[in-house]
Design a protein around this ligand. Structure first.
Ligand SMILES: NC(=O)c1ccc[n+]([C@@H]2O[C@H](COP(=O)([O-])OP(=O)(O)OC[C@H]3O[C@@H](n4cnc5c(N)ncnc54)[C@H](O)[C@@H]3O)[C@@H](O)[C@H]2O)c1
Length: 344
């Protein structure tokens, strides 16, 4: 039986807050089947194994070696994506990692190179790429309905309390999170900004830690120049009281589209079939609550990745695509540290 008839077997490493979105998606799709899970936490592992009737491994390496596991989902802290990815690639398994790809370009590149060498696919979860309203925005820009894009803005004025950072040993730390507001929360909208506006030529950034007791930044601001000549700005934070839905604003010489909290709220191209009244039930924002996001966009992305694995094609957000937002955020950190503009 080929994978065209038989579902792909999945293993999940890390059983924290986002793992549930992977489990639910895999269990609902006809093209995937949950085979095994792995966690350091023995009681969580055993109760999840009993709930989902799957095999449980304390050691993630054993999960990657399971003969029925074809794809490994990495749901561990951001600074611990590389090691499970290397183990999976070594065992000849495809890899789906949570965002960010890793906490540095150097570590992200090691994942990409290992997967390329092993001939397995590497995909990075950026579920907002699969929102119908975002797809509509993207298509309009690519079809030229806004004319030449001149300015792109990503505003992520979110809120996380100190308890959010204190609730794990990794959030907001340099080793576990790689930073904080930009690399963990804002990266979703930064990924969309880069996807629409194209390659970045230079970055100037400032970061601050003003409202939390953490190593990483809770406020970051950056000016981008794109290779197209257009400019862009990023304002990302977890220190904005109450939190606002994130915004992506794309301005072209013939029109503007604004996506707020995943929904189009402004649509003024001169041509095209867009509407400001699109209703997208899968949209949800994590502006104040990290778990307010819906699992359905994860399901859409995992379905797309499975399809591309079966057809031996690259998933839309492969490792190199996932590296782009990480590289820009790393450049913002470097610029903030040195006070210099970083040429990409
Ligand atoms: N796509 C999204 O919208 C989204 C949302 C939340 C989190 N995430 C990403 O998912 C990842 C996990 O985040 P989370 O909020 O679920 O974290 P979490 O702390 O809730 O869960 C992490 C899990 O990894 C396990 N773990 C930690 N260190 C480990 C190790 N050395 N070996 C094996 N297991 C280990 C923990 O026991 C825990 O089960 C992060 O990279 C985060 O950026 C993505």
């Amino acid at each position: 039986m080929t994978h065209k008839e038989k579902p792909l077997g999945f293993g999940i490493i890390g059983l924290g807050s986002i793992a549930g979105h992977h489990i639910k998606s895999i269990m609902e799709l006809d093209s995937s089947k949950l085979i095994a899970i792995s966690s350091r936490n023995q009681s969580k592992l055993q109760s999840a194994a009993a709930q989902y009737h799957v095999e449980a491994f304390n050691d993630y390496r054993k999960l990657t070696e399971h003969p029925d596991v074809d794809v490994v989902c990495i749901c561990t802290p951001s600074g611990f994506h590389l090691e499970p990815a290397l183990a999976a690639a070594d065992a000849g398994k495809h890899v789906i990692t949570e965002k960010p790809l890793e906490i540095s370009v150097e570590r992200g590149l090691k994942m990409i190179e290992a997967c390329e060498k092993a001939g397995v696919k590497l995909a990075c979860i950026f579920q907002n790429r699969y929102s119908p309203d975002y797809r509509q925005l993207y298509e309009a820009v690519k079809k030229g309905e806004l004319g030449k894009p001149v300015l792109g803005n990503a505003y992520i004025k979110w809120f996380r309390d100190q308890q959010y950072y204190d609730s794990t040993d990794w959030r907001g730390t340099l080793q576990g999170d790689g930073g904080a507001a930009l690399i963990n929360q804002s990266i979703h909208t930064i990924d969309l900004l880069l996807h629409v506006m194209g390659p970045v030529k230079s970055v100037f950034g400032r970061t601050k830690t003003l409202a939390h007791d953490i190593e990483g930044e809770d406020l970051g601001v950056a000016i981008l120049e794109f290779e197209s000549g257009a400019l862009g700005t990023i304002e990302g934070s977890t220190a904005i009281y109450k939190g606002y839905p994130e915004k992506l604003e794309i301005h072209g010489v013939e029109g503007n589209v604004i996506l707020e909290g995943g929904k189009i709220t402004e649509w003024t191209p001169e041509t095209g079939s867009g509407s400001t009244a699109t209703v997208n039930e899968t949209s949800a924002t994590g502006s104040a609550d990290p778990m307010a996001i819906d699992y359905k966009l994860h399901k859409s992305q995992i379905a797309e990745i499975v399809q591309h694995i079966i057809e031996n094609k690259e998933p839309m957000v492969n490792g190199r695509e996932g590296l782009k937002s990480l590289a820009v955020i790393e450049a913002i950190y470097q610029s903030a540290k040195s006070g210099n503009q970083i040429v990409m």
